[in-house]
Design a protein around this ligand. Structure first.
Ligand code: NI
Length: 136
């Protein structure tokens, strides 16, 4: 098995609060991130696909195709958006890095799991020194 990883960036605003909790509870949990004013991050996402190397074309998957899927399913809908207000499900689901990585996984996996290869991980950096990683 071989894995390939593609990296991309998007900038987005968010705040972290759970509508089921009170404003006080949200502030205790999320601190300054609790909103309602958003703040921005330059997110970096690394998508890893695993599979066998195709004996004919010598690749796990066509890198142009991986780039196109990532652009279409994640970068275009997320870039320069206010996640809580503009990108479902983050009107209902708190856009923590964990939940953003899970949503990226949900959007990508149907397009990548084919021809003997599978989405292996989605790593999302919220800052250069913090990342979360989602596995299937
Ligand atoms: Ni934040």
């Amino acid at each position: 098995m071989v894995s390939i990883t593609r990296k991309a960036e998007f900038s987005a605003s968010h705040f972290c609060s759970n509508p089921q909790l009170s404003p006080e509870e949200n502030r205790a949990l999320y601190g300054k991130s609790a909103g309602p004013n958003g703040h921005g991050h330059n997110y970096v996402v690394e998508v890893t696909v695993r599979g066998e190397v195709d004996p004919v074309h010598g690749m796990v998957m066509d890198l142009k195709e991986l780039k196109a899927v990532l652009e279409r399913e994640v970068i275009e809908p997320f870039d320069h958006r206010f996640l809580n207000r503009e990108v479902p499900p983050f009107d209902r689901v708190t856009p923590t890095p964990e939940n953003i990585a899970r949503e990226i996984w949900r959007r990508l996996s149907p397009h990548l799991n084919q021809n003997g290869r599978r989405l292996y991980s989605v790593r999302l950096y919220e800052t250069p020194d913090l990342y979360v990683e989602h596995y299937g």
